[in-house]
Design a protein around this ligand. Structure first.
Ligand code: G4P
Length: 551
């Protein structure tokens, strides 16, 4: 039926009583919204994001043993979550995972790193209400973390920090806090403090409750939850257990922190000025449960979102208003038998019910969110309802674009999704000249969908370049051009590694000799640079202008 689409709720709960529990204890919209925590985990590859996610499943009672990460070497899965899905029989999508945790409902959004890093990774952050930033205690703030953090900062997303791998010899905790502040421009407030590190890592001190939380080594190297002994700060048993010297040193460090450390307020956290910081070890489970508990306590539940009204003004749409959602990610089906795409929507207000007729703002028509059928993996559960903060997947051939708004009542649009600075550029051309028309049509559609970005050099607009934040985007683009539009292409990488949207007068901007001046599809000026150094030099030469990483 034209205008209809099939709706898949990819939330899942293999331990079904919890799901029923969740529904039974509360079904009011306000209560359901308050219980939700929708967040993304941001980190540099190998800092421990997958391990931490898996341990969250362990502590939520969803899985009984952890350990898939250790065994995954050599597997060819394109997403860490796909590995989890296979190993654990858990239904996970490439986009969101939902499960209960101590009375809350967790929605973890996937932010692929490694080879899967793409603009989608950034866009996913627009669907999150908060983020957990995982740092490797031996490495501190790394490149990919910094980039993802910048997006959180620009979007005003509150960030909690988990400093991981304390069981390995690492850097000084104070150094790490200072690095977070210097590199990211956010105050770090330690909520706990490590007791020793490496082999001597014995636990943490919870600064709020002023108690030592000393860990027993978990059985099977962290596969099971670890036991925790809680002792008051001044308790002499701490000295017996750790030795008077270590206990005294930790008490001294904490006193120093009381005087010199940053102050925490909910307001500063929610405004992105301070990041509550926790030390621990995801692999051995040290510090995890207190961290997860603090996370659900501190992280915000879904709140009102700014929307654009047709008269050009803005308004705040509350979560208790009628159903509305926006598309934050579109996944092309790489399976040749099913050409449909899946559009992932974040619900912002109201209750989602299957079969609802909703208004599609951009297309100006109504679409029906029907029940799922069998295209997507059979084991995936579907839900009869979903609430603000949840993610639903819609299967459709061409109904959706990134940023689209769907709502029951219509008459407004969720804020457009920003574009993010590409760092990879290539000239993609049809192999055969005769395919040019078909190629242009395919590119136009795929760019509208957000597959890659397109830049037209000022001095040669017809010779357009494609830009991406991850290599995978080019691979998907070429695959889809061939599969969906029957156009084989060639790809010539270009020597630019960063870019920026120019804010200020184009005429007075002094480009460096090696940069390329271009226009994006919205006719905004974008400067492509060969190196970061070039970009910094351009910024220095043009103090009246701003070079923006996001538009
Ligand atoms: P990622 O998703 O952020 O990329 O990281 P992931 O969880 O896959 O962890 C990367 C490696 O770091 C894994 O080792 C994992 O076991 C290890 N790791 C994660 N957390 C901790 C921790 O708290 N302590 C220690 N010691 N190791 C941790 P791996 O699969 O064996 O790979 P590798 O060690 O060869 O990199």
């Amino acid at each position: 039926m034209p205008g209809s689409c099939d709706c898949y709720h990819f939330a899942f709960a293999p331990i079904l009583p919890s799901r029923e529990d969740m529904a039974a204890t509360s079904s009011s919209l306000a209560e359901q919204t308050t219980r939700r925590r929708t967040f993304a985990i941001i980190s540099h590859p190998d800092a421990g994001k997958t391990t931490l996610t898996e341990k969250l499943l362990l502590y939520s009672g969803l899985i009984r043993t952890a350990g898939m990460v250790k065994n995954r070497k050599g597997r060819a899965a394109t997403s860490d979550w796909m590995g989890m899905e296979r190993e654990r029989g858990i239904s996970v999508t490439s986009s969101a995972m939902q499960f209960p945790y101590k009375g809350t409902v967790i929605n973890v959004l996937d932010t692929p790193g490694h080879e899967d890093f793409s603009e989608d990774t950034y866009r996913t952050l627009t669907a999150a209400d908060s983020a957990i930033m995982v740092l490797d205690a031996g490495k501190g703030v790394e490149r990919q973390t910094r980039k993802l953090f910048e997006v959180c900062k620009l979007r005003g997303i509150p960030v909690l920090t988990f400093i991981n791998k304390l069981d390995l010899p690492g850097r000084d905790p104070l150094d790490l806090l200072t690095e977070v502040e210097d590199a990211l421009g956010i105050q770090a407030c330690a909520f706990n403090w490590p007791v020793g590190s490496g082999k001597e890592f014995a636990g943490v001190v919870d600064r709020r409750t002023r108690e030592f939380q000393l860990f027993e080594k978990a059985a099977a190297g962290g596969a099971q939850e670890s036991a925790l002994e809680r002792l008051p700060f001044e308790d002499s048993r701490v000295d017996d257990r750790l030795g008077a010297e270590v206990a005294g040193r930790v008490r001294g460090e904490l006193e120093l922190l009381e005087v010199a450390g940053n102050e925490y307020t909910d307001e500063a956290f929610l405004e992105g000025r301070v990041t509550p910081t926790f030390f621990g070890s995801a692999l051995t489970n040290f510090g995890l449960e207190p961290f997860f508990d603090a996370f659900v306590e501190l992280a915000p539940s879904p709140g009102a979102r700014l929307v654009d009204l047709p008269d050009g003004t803005e308004s705040r749409r509350r979560t208790d208003e009628p159903f509305s959602a926006f598309v934050f990610k579109i996944q092309a089906n790489m399976d040749r038998r099913h050409r449909d795409c899946i559009a992932f929507l974040r619900i912002c207000s109201g209750r989602y019910e299957p079969d609802a007729m909703v208004k599609h703002h951009r297309l100006g028509k109504a679409v029906r969110l029907t029940r799922p059928h069998s295209i997507v993996a059979q084991e995936r559960n579907t839900l009869d309802e979903a609430f603000p903060g949840d993610v639903i997947g819609l299967v459709s051939r061409d109904n959706f674009r990134i940023g689209d708004t769907l709502s029951l009542d219509g008459g407004f649009e969720h804020k457009p999704l920003p574009q993010f600075q590409p760092e990879l550029f290539a000239r993609i051309e049809p192999k055969a000249v005769s395919m040019r028309k078909r190629f242009d049509k395919g590119m136009k559609n795929l760019i509208a969908e957000g597959a890659v970005q397109m830049f037209h050099p000022e001095d040669n607009p017809r010779n357009a370049l494609s830009g991406a934040v991850g290599r995978l985007q080019f691979e998907v683009l070429q695959y889809r051009l061939e599969d969906e539009y029957d156009v084989a292409t060639t790809m010539q990488p270009m020597p630019y590694t960063c870019s920026a949207w120019l804010k200020g007068q184009r005429e007075s901007f002094q480009p460096t000799t090696t940069c390329l001046m271009t226009k994006d599809i919205h006719e905004r000026t974008v400067v492509l640079f060969r190196t970061d150094w070039d970009k910094q030099a351009a910024a220095k030469n043009n103090p009246e202008h701003e070079l923006l990483d996001m538009a």
